[in-house]
Structures are given as structure tokens and as C-alpha cells.
Write a protein that binds this ligand. Structure first.
Ligand code: THG
Length: 697
């Protein structure tokens, strides 16, 4: 395909896209339906005796009626399509299982590529100055990695990431072998399936497979602008932005009018080429589509004139007549230039989270951690997952922007517990909206977690503990799974304690990540180890200072990178005394944020306000944190015991004075402080009140 003047197809396409809007073809299914082939005709001679009906498997026509498929491609090319999609939407083992045709995956994809190749090659020979391309169509699969098909069992999955990825790998290999110019996973309704596909494509390229440009397209299924798996368009984009795509777009499900604001948004946030191939309106009562080519052109002209799209085509209900109309409409119109976006950390769950320079400190909820919470550990060990899900809900309700999940317990099967828990919380919109931080000291658990999250999450953590080779390998995989990463200041010699070591190790990791792995600086988070102070060991007295100073050094040495830490570590020596611990966390955070701490793993809902920490306590806490006097620890310990004895309330676990407030205030307090004990009772009181006032109306 590429001419001598073009190094490869990607360069060629980029060159064309800088000059004009390219036209994609219309629906294959609509054209096939018009052929009115019955079951017998679809099967042809070859599958006459097959034990499953094949009428609903449009792709099989590549084997039984290849000439008809090629003819459809020709019609789209004649109508003005620059890119035609192969008839291979359902040609993966996962989808072909339903037709008992798994052994035919390679043959079918080769045939699909050949049908399109043949038509495109004819046109390229006729008009060499008007190049046309074959895009290998890759559908979303009938089974989803992030949705349960069983209402009663939300943690269940009919297919795993590995199965999906392996199935896509085989399809991709056969499509490329068959000669496609582009790979095009489209009609994505579950981003995790798409991530598994992109993972497979990356692996295929790494294995020596021919590199071809990749386009991707998502389907918005509801009026609120979400995918079937619940993501907003921005959350979706963040999830796949790690892959060097040629273009990203929206197709199917909606007509152009209903797509309008999402196309506009995608165009604004994605700094790559944008595609759009809508249905011919929303399906009518008979499953048909009512918009005419003129109707569609009316809406889509705005997309082009507003410079929102670079590649335009049609999905369900569109035919060559539509493509001809689109092709005429874009003729002579200037193409969109990809937008510029700031290099910021952009994460997602079902919703997007952007960490900006002026963002408030980002709280990562720590309670969903079997090593960090006795209660959570007990729930997970006892298999009480429903209650364990409530812990996540509480952390998010109390302000956690990200959720740290850790299953490192000797009594647990880590990968399995991580998988099950992440699958369960994926079904809870008020939890699944936030990005996940997968926390483990074992790579197998981290990887199990990465295979469950459709959003852009964070791996916590990797380090140089086992040397460069394993560090680079793991970092490369984290990137391929599309996550950001926490790097601990740890190397072959062990954990960095002093400032110089912390900064030096982070700088070394930064260079390796950015220069050798191609990791974007904004996706790297350094954790220079928050170590426990006031332990009674003199050499621990400067631990807080070392951390704070290291933050400044890291920010200077590693431009664009973020910093984080496990805040509650600082106060382990005051276990059992929450008043003192909360004061320590609050004071430490206050200074750490000023020193450049971007985010921290904290007990969301239990952070005291710095200005509200009693002055006498604060002074003693800061004496300890800044190692301001030799007897600092002793003085704080003495003071801590005094508050415990004096009030006997909060230190012993509870201060119930807030229960005297109004129900509204009580609910707010419970939410902010993360206390779930009274919530149900308070809600009932409020509900009762609402009902009474409603009755009064
Ligand atoms: N850096 C990074 N990740 C981390 C840490 C870190 N992950 C784990 C940990 N440190 C951060 N998370 C916690 C969670 C809980 C507590 C401390 C750190 C904690 N828990 C109470 C305790 O142990 O006393 C538990 C009390 C209870 O059982 O409820 O303090 O540094 N990258």
C-alpha cells in the first residue's frame, strides 16, 4: 500500500488526514440483509450440514459468498469510501463459540481481509492518486470482562481478560496476515474488552507482527452519555490513551444528533484524529433506521465544519447512498487538526479524574486493605464480601478520590481475592466511579488487579528492589495495561531512608521509566517511604523530615512526576490513640502538601482539620515530626496518655457529643468522618420527617 514516498501506512494516513476528511464505509450488515439470503443460502455447500444456525453470523459469508462481500466493498468504494472495513466483526473465538466454529478463526479472518483487499486493490490500481485502505474490523465480543450476565451474582464474569486478549490476538494475527492496512476495534461497549484487545495488539507487534495503525471506536448507549459498562466519554478516553492510536471515535447505537455533544467532547480531550460513524438515527419500532442521507448530512456537516472529526462514515442502517452523501459533503472542507492537551495525570473509573497542578490534595482511601484494617481483613477472610464492599463505599462517600485495594494476607489467595473484590465493586456505580489503586507487594496480585479494571488505574507499587531488569519488565507491562504507577524509593540495597538515597533512587527510576520504557512523567508517582516516628529509636526521629525534604528533591529532579505516601504509617507508634494519630496525620499532611505531596493513602473521613487541632497537642506533634527537642517523643507520649485518661471518650473509640446535633448535621458529620454506625437510624428519622411533610402538602 505505501508508496515509495511514504515509509509506512501510518505516515501515509497521517499525511492524508492532515489534508482532508477521510470517509469510512457504511454498514456491512445492512447490505447483507438486503441480499435476503435465507439460512440455506448463508450456509452454502460447505456448511449445509452444520449443527448450528448460521444466518445470524454475517462474517461467515466471507467463506460461503466471498464474491458478494467483495461486491459490497466495491459499492462502498464507488460511493467514495477511503477506508472499508472487513466483514470480520464477530470473527473471534469467543464470539464464534456460539456457532461452534472456533477452529475457523484464522481462515475466516484471512478470507475477510482478502475480500476487502481485492476490492481496494482494484480501486488503487485504477486511481493510484486516490489511495484507499482496508481496516480490519474487530467487534466487541458477546461476552464482557467487566459486566456480569447474572443479576444475582455481580462478581461473576463469563470471560476473563486473558481469554479475551488471547482471542483478539488470533484475530489480529490473521487479519494482518490477510493484508489489512489498519486494525479497527470498534463498537466498544466494555472498555476492558477493548483494553484486552489493545494489549493483544501490543503483544502481537512485540512478537514481530507487522505494525499497522490502530483506530478505536466506542459506543455510547444511554442518554446520559455512558457506555454500557458505565463510563463517561472522558473516562473511556483516559482508559485507552496509553495506546498509540491513530484515531479514536464513536459509532453505532445513536444517530448523529444524539452523538453530537460526545463527539465534540472527544474532539476536545483526545489529541489524536477523531472518527465518527453513527447509525442512521435511532432504531424504530421495527428495528429499522429512519434517517435519510440528507438528514444525516445535515447533522454531520456541523461536525466537520466545527472541526470535531477527521474520519466520517456510517454504522447500522447506512448504505452506499449515505456514504456518497458524506463524501460529497466533506469535499473541499478543511480537516480538523488534533487538539493539544496538557500533560496531566488523567485517571478514570467510570468517571474521569484529572490531577491538576492546582488540584486539592488527592485522597486515596486506605481502608480496603487487609493489612491496614483488622475489620476489612476479617470480612475478606470470612468471605463476607457484601460487607467488604460497604467499606469501599464508605471511603468514597467520605471523600476518597481513588481507592487503594490490598489483599496481601498469608491466609488468602491474593490474585483470586483481588479479582473477586474488584469485580464486585465494578458493579457499584457509586464506588466504580473512582479509579482503583491496586496495592500489593506481589506482581501476580498486581497483574490480577490490572486485568479487572476498565478504567485507568494505578499500580502500587514497583521498585528497583530486584534490579533493573525486573523493574523495566514490570513497568512495560503496567504501561501496556494502561495504568499509572507508584514507584517506591527502594533499590537493590534496600529501602531508602535518608534524603539523598530517596531522591537518587527516584531519579534513577525516573530515567529508566521515561527513557527506556517510554512512561509519561505525569503517570509516575514516587513514594519516598513514610516511616514511623516516635518509636523510641533515636535514628527514627528524623524520618518525617527526611520524607518532606525528599519530596522537594524529587519534584526538582523528576519534572512532571507526582508524589504520594502512606500517611498513617507515620503514627504507628500511637496505635490505639486515634486523637494523637489523627493530629499527627493532619500536621504531617499539612507540611507534606506544602513540600509537594500530591496525593496520599489515608483513612478517608478521619482526617482532622489542621487549624482545629488543639494547640498544645499540635505543638507536641510538631516537636516530634520536626525532631525539635530531645524529649519530644516522651512529651507526646505523656500528653497522649493524659488525653486518653481525661476524656476516655474519643481515644477509647468514640466521642458522641455530635449525636446531640440535628439529624441533617448528624448525617453530614457521619459522612465526613466515615462513621456508618448511626447512618441507618438517622436516615430513617429523616425519611419519616420527609414523609410527614409530604403528607402535609
Ligand atoms: N506506600 C504505598 N502503599 C502503601 C503504604 C505506603 N500501602 C499500605 C500502607 N502503606 C498504606 N495504608 C495503610 C492502611 C492502614 C493503616 C496504615 C496504612 C493503619 N491501619 C490501622 C493500624 O494498623 O493501626 C488499622 C486499625 C484497624 O485495624 O482498623 O494505620 O506507605 N505506596
Amino acid at each position: 500500500m505505501p508508496t515509495a514516498a511514504h515509509v509506512d501506512t501510518e505516515t501515509y494516513l497521517r499525511d492524508l488526514l492532515s489534508q482532508k476528511v477521510l470517509i469510512l464505509d457504511g454498514a456491512m450488515g445492512t447490505m447483507v440483509q438486503a441480499l435476503k439470503l435465507d439460512e440455506e443460502a448463508v450456509r452454502g455447500e460447505r456448511f449445509a450440514g452444520h449443527h448450528k444456525d448460521l444466518k445470524n453470523f454475517c462474517d461467515i459469508l466471507c467463506l460461503t459468498h466471498a464474491e458478494k462481500v467483495t461486491e459490497i466493498h466495491r459499492q462502498y468504494l464507488a460511493a467514495g469510501a477511503d477506508i472499508v472495513e472487513t466483514n470480520s466483526f464477530g470473527a473471534t473465538s469467543v464470539a464464534m463459540e456460539d456457532f461452534d466454529l472456533v477452529p475457523l478463526v484464522r481462515e475466516l479472518n484471512l478470507a475477510a481481509a482478502r475480500c476487502a483487499r481485492e476490492a481496494v486493490d482494484e480501486y488503487n490500481l485504477l486511481t493510484p492518486d486516490r489511495p484507499r485502505f482496508v481496516a480490519g474490523s474487530i467487534g466487541p465480543m458477546p461476552r464482557s470482562t467487566s459486566l456480569s450476565p447474572k443479576v444475582e451474582d455481580p462478581g461473576y464474569r463469563a470471560v476473563t481478560f486473558d481469554q479475551v486478549s488471547a482471542a483478539y490476538y488470533d484475530q489480529v494475527a490473521a487479519l494482518v496476515e490477510g493484508g489489512v492496512d489498519i486494525l479497527f476495534p470498534e463498537t466498544t461497549f466494555d472498555t476492558l474488552n477493548l483494553k484486552a484487545c489493545l494489549f493483544a495488539i501490543a503483544r502481537f507487534f512485540e512478537d514481530g507482527g507487522q505494525r499497522v495503525p490502530v483506530m478505536a471506536s466506542v459506543t455510547i448507549t444511554d442518554a446520559a452519555g455512558r457506555t454500557l459498562s458505565g463510563q463517561t466519554i472522558e473516562a473511556f478516553w483516559n482508559s485507552v490513551s496509553h495506546f498509540p492510536l491513530l484515531s479514536v471515535g464513536i459509532n453505532c447505537a445513536l444517530g448523529p444528533e444524539q452523538m453530537r455533544s460526545y463527539v465534540e467532547e472527544l474532539s476536545r480531550i483526545a489529541p489524536i484524529y477523531i472518527s465518527c460513524h453513527p447509525n442512521a438515527g435511532l432504531p424504530n419500532a421495527f428495528g429499522g433506521y429512519d434517517q435519510t442521507p440528507e438528514d444525516m448530512v445535515r447533522s454531520m456537516r456541523e461536525f466537520v465544519e466545527s472541526k470535531w472529526v477527521n474520519i466520517l462514515g456510517g454504522c447500522c442502517g447506512t448504505t452506499p447512498a449515505y456514504i456518497r452523501a458524506f463524501s460529497r459533503m466533506v469535499d473541499g472542507l478543511a480537516p480538523r487538526r488534533p487538539s493539544r492537551v496538557e500533560p496531566l495525570m488523567r485517571l478514570s473509573g467510570q468517571e474521569a479524574v484529572t490531577i491538576r497542578p492546582d488540584s486539592n490534595f488527592t485522597m486515596i482511601g486506605e481502608r480496603t486493605n487487609v493489612t491496614g484494617s483488622a475489620k476489612f481483613a476479617q470480612l475478606i477472610r470470612g468471605g463476607q464480601f457484601t460487607q467488604a464492599v460497604e467499606v469501599a463505599r464508605q471511603q468514597v462517600a467520605a471523600g476518597a478520590t481513588i481507592l487503594d485495594v490490598n489483599m496481601d494476607d498469608a491466609l488468602l489467595d491474593g490474585p483470586q481475592a483481588m479479582t473477586h473484590y474488584l469485580n464486585l465493586i465494578a458493579a457499584e456505580p457509586d464506588i466504580a466511579k473512582v479509579p482503583i489503586m491496586v496495592d500489593s507487594s506481589r506482581w501476580s496480585v498486581l497483574e490480577a488487579g490490572l486485568k479487572c479494571i476498565q478504567g485507568k488505574g494505578i499500580v502500587n507499587s514497583i521498585s528497583l528492589k530486584e534490579g533493573e531488569e525486573s523493574f523495566l519488565h514490570q513497568a512495560g507491562l503496567v504501561r501496556r495495561y494502561g495504568a499509572a504507577v507508584v514507584v517506591m524509593a527502594f533499590d537493590e540495597q534496600g529501602q531508602a531512608v535518608e534524603v539523598e538515597d530517596k531522591v537518587r533512587i527516584c531519579r534513577r527510576a525516573y530515567e529508566l521509566l521515561t527513557e527506556r520504557v517510554g512512561f509519561p512523567p505525569q503517570d509516575i508517582i514516587f513514594d519516598p517511604n513514610i516511616l514511623t516516628v516516635a518509636t523510641g529509636m533515636e535514628e527514627h526521629n528524623n524520618y518525617a523530615i527526611y520524607f518532606l525534604e525528599a519530596l522537594r528533591g524529587i519534584k526538582e529532579q523528576c519534572p512532571g512526576a507526582k508524589t504520594s505516601g502512606g500517611v498513617s504509617n507515620i503514627s504507628f507508634s500511637f496505635r490505639g490513640n486515634d486523637v494523637v494519630r489523627e493530629a499527627m496525620h493532619s500536621a504531617f499532611l499539612y507540611h507534606a502538601i506544602r513540600a509537594g505531596l500530591d496525593m496520599g493513602i489515608v483513612n478517608a473521613g478521619q482526617l482532622a482539620v489542621y487549624e482545629e487541632v488543639p494547640k498544645d497537642l499540635l505543638e507536641r506533634v510538631e516537636d516530634v515530626l520536626f525532631n525539635r527537642r530531645p524529649d519530644a517523643t516522651e512529651r507526646l507520649v505523656t500528653f497522649a496518655e493524659a488525653i486518653k485518661d481525661k476524656s476516655g471518650r474519643k481515644a477509647a473509640g468514640e466521642d458522641l457529643a455530635w449525636r446531640d446535633a440535628t439529624v441533617q448535621e448528624r448525617l453530614r458529620h457521619a459522612l465526613v468522618k466515615g462513621i456508618d454506625k448511626f447512618v441507618e437510624a438517622d436516615r430513617q428519622v429523616r425519611r419519616g420527617r420527609r414523609r410527614r411533610s409530604a403528607a402535609a402538602l
